[in-house]
Design a protein around this ligand. Structure first.
Ligand code: BES
Ligand code: MN
Ligand code: ZN
Length: 502
């Protein structure tokens, strides 16, 4: 799908050659023009048939003076980011089943950068369609989205960032949505290599032998019940001077979490294919970075394996030695995310990072605490916490800071190792974070528990692509120099943004 940006008022929008024209109508719209479409909007508002309540729609066919055969007027309140998102989701959602290939979305004249970003991301989200293992599916019909704004020049940077973010979100969705037999650790390693090759990143993919050599005994223990060999992925993007310490992202890549010997109940166990959502978001961030080329150094680490019961599988009570040298008593094999992440967090030390942020579908307790709205945020550094929280709010991909008091670590004490991998049920998301914190003493550390936000269940089951939006926004804010003009990857036509291909 291609995105374009254009300076467009309602008079111009009416003349756009497009299959559907979506006009967002905000509160207190400036005195309307004399053109036919402006008049129509004014009359619809006056009659009460159109309200500016976000998502409120009025649809028409072959409206006089409008070139597009379909016209949707949709309310967007005060044109805040979230209100524009609601409006665009409703309008583009309503066009989903129609044969609409090109849509023009005309934003209110006063809409700001937040509105532009929200419109781009929401248009992609509302038209997304998974097809990889559905050979007969038609897939997304929408090919081109033109965003009309008061000034394309001033909205350009926000637009480019949003279009790149969509690329990242869609790559993350694709990998998270793939069935676990189509998204094994080997597949993820190959995807990382392909991404690196396409966009000029460094990429190393380690297998069981190399990981054993590194002494990642905790990671290996989780993997040992599976026929699928583990993968440890190291991606690197150099956008700043060599001496500049990198930001390191660490993704949990459990391609299927059965719980292992501490096996999970059967109901909804299929959703544990999404347990590599953290890993998928790291791939997604690199895809966005490929377009945006921010002036920072970035490392992506992905620890990936299956968690499966077997005669060789790790058992409750087993004690393993992590790469850090700390021994861990595995009391519950279903608390496997922290066991693979702790070794990745130790590995991260070698980059002397500016900060490390891990992203993990880590605990059911985080879903209980925050539901599907905000991801759980933990951090040992206040500035890092503030920056991540602000990035989440700005990208409409929000998170909420949780505590790290040492008292929460009490339950991790054991007579048989340095630390146990579980504490009691109470405060489960914090207990898990306290476990991870033991491995992060060498750098400022942030942790995003995305168990509640990485995917939706039920009829709309599927990956959300979160928290790619949060992370891209955070990364763009980490640049020291004023932001360079984003450049497109060499394969893309200049001035266009595409979600086709990877
Ligand atoms: N991947 C799960 C966490 C999860 C559960 C994410 C439900 C989304 C929905 C994780 O590996 C896990 O199983 N955690 C356990 C930890 C417990 C054994 C201490 C959990 O949350 O139940
Ligand atoms: Mn588990
Ligand atoms: Zn898990």
């Amino acid at each position: 799908m291609d995105f374009d940006l254009k300076t467009l008022g309602l008079a111009g929008a009416a003349g756009e050659k497009t299959d559907a024209l979506v006009v967002l109508v905000g509160q207190g719209a400036a005195a309307t023009g004399k053109d036919a479409l402006s008049q129509l909007v004014a009359q619809a508002l006056k009659s009460g048939d159109l309200e500016t309540k976000p998502g409120n729609m009025l649809q028409a066919w072959r409206s006089a003076g409008v070139a597009a055969s379909r016209l949707i007027l949709v309310g967007c309140g005060e044109s805040t980011g979230s209100q524009v998102r609601t409006a665009v989701q409703a309008a583009v959602g309503a066009l989903r089943s129609a044969k609409v290939r090109r849509v023009t979305i005309c934003l209110p004249q006063r809409a700001g950068d937040d509105a532009v970003r929200a419109a781009v991301v929401a248009a992609a989200d509302a038209s997304y369609s998974y097809v990889t293992t559905k050979p007969k599916a038609e897939g997304r019909k929408l090919e081109r989205v033109l965003i009309g704004v008061a000034s394309a020049d001033s909205a350009r940077q926000a637009f480019e960032q949003a279009a790149a973010t969509v690329q990242g979100i869609e790559l993350a969705k694709e990998w998270a949505n793939r069935p676990p037999n189509y998204a094994t650790p080997t597949h993820l390693g190959d995807a990382a290599k392909a991404l690196a090759k396409d966009h000029g990143f460094h990429c190393e993919v380690l297998g069981p032998k190399e990981v054993a050599k590194l002494g990642m005994g905790s990671f290996m223990a989780v993997s040992q019940g599976s026929e699928q060999p583990l993968r440890f992925i190291v991606l690197r993007y150099d956008g700043a001077a060599k001496a500049e310490p990198p930001l390191v992202l660490v993704g949990k890549g459990i391609t299927f979490d059965s719980g292992g010997i501490s096996i999970k109940p059967a109901a909804e166990m299929d959703e544990m294919k999404f347990d590599m959502g953290g890993a998928a978001s790291v791939l997604g961030v690199f895809r966005a970075v490929a377009d945006l080329r921010p002036s920072i150094n970035l490392v992506g680490l992905i620890a990936s394996c299956e968690n499966i019961p077997d005669g060789r599988a790790v058992k409750p009570g087993d004690v393993v030695t992590s790469m850090s040298g700390q021994t861990i008593e595995i009391l519950n094999t279903d608390a496997e995310g922290r066991l693979i992440l702790c070794d990745a967090l130790t590995y991260a030390e070698r980059f002397k990072p500016k900060a490390v942020v891990d992203i993990a579908t880590l605990t059911g307790a985080c879903v209980v605490a925050l539901g599907g709205v905000r991801s759980g945020l933990f951090a040992t550094d206040d500035d890092l916490a503030l920056a991540l929280q602000a990035a989440g709010d700005a990208a409409l991909d929000p998170c909420w800071r949780m505590p790290l008091d040492d008292e929460y670590a009490e339950g991790l004490k054991t007579n048989f190792a340095d630390v146990a991998n579980v504490a009691g049920r109470a405060g489960g998301a914090v207990n898990a974070a306290k476990f991870l914190q033991r491995f992060t003493t060498a750098y400022p550390w942030g942790h995003l528990d995305i168990a509640g936000t990485a995917w939706k269940g039920g009829a709309a089951k599927g990956s959300s692509g979160r928290p790619v939006g949060l992370l891209v926004e955070f990364i763009m804010g980490q640049q020291n120099e004023p932001q360079a003009k984003p450049t497109r990857s060499p394969r893309k036509a200049a001035g266009k943004a595409s979600t086709r291909g990877k």
